[in-house]
Design a protein. Structure first.
Length: 127
């Protein structure tokens, strides 16, 4: 899978500088990242491209601090998934639904293999 660990940034107060790469790469290269910003932190969730799981989906969320340019690992997701979005409001990050596996890989549900599994699970993270 073609994944990247690059963090790109754009100064919204000075568009002339254009896009640049941050020196702070993600701890793990991933694809299909989704997340939301709260204050000076960007909370990243989900992803696909995990070679260590049957589903190919990561459950390790991380937070990027724009001030320190450092990543912090967070508590694992209750239901790891990808192909969704996140939004922040009132100090919480909300994540609705999403796919439970990448590339149509089979997922074991109650002992049976299931394809194209989706989740109606709804997470909220207090940040």
């Amino acid at each position: 899978m073609n994944t990247r660990d690059t963090v790109f940034e754009l100064d919204l107060t000075n568009h002339e500088t254009g896009w640049k790469s941050s020196a702070a790469h993600m701890p793990v290269s991933r694809g299909g990242v989704y997340g939301a910003a709260v204050g000076d932190k960007f909370y990243a969730f989900g992803w696909e491209g995990n070679p260590e799981t049957v589903t190919g989906v990561f459950n390790q969320p991380e937070a990027f601090d724009a001030e320190t340019q450092k990543w912090t690992e967070l508590k694992p997701m209750a239901v790891p998934r990808h192909g969704t979005q996140a939004a922040s409001a009132g100090g919480l990050v909300y994540i609705p639904g999403g796919g439970l596996q990448q590339d149509g890989k089979a997922v074991s549900v109650n002992g049976s293999l299931s394809y194209m599994q989706l989740s109606s699970h709804f997470d909220s993270y207090c940040v």
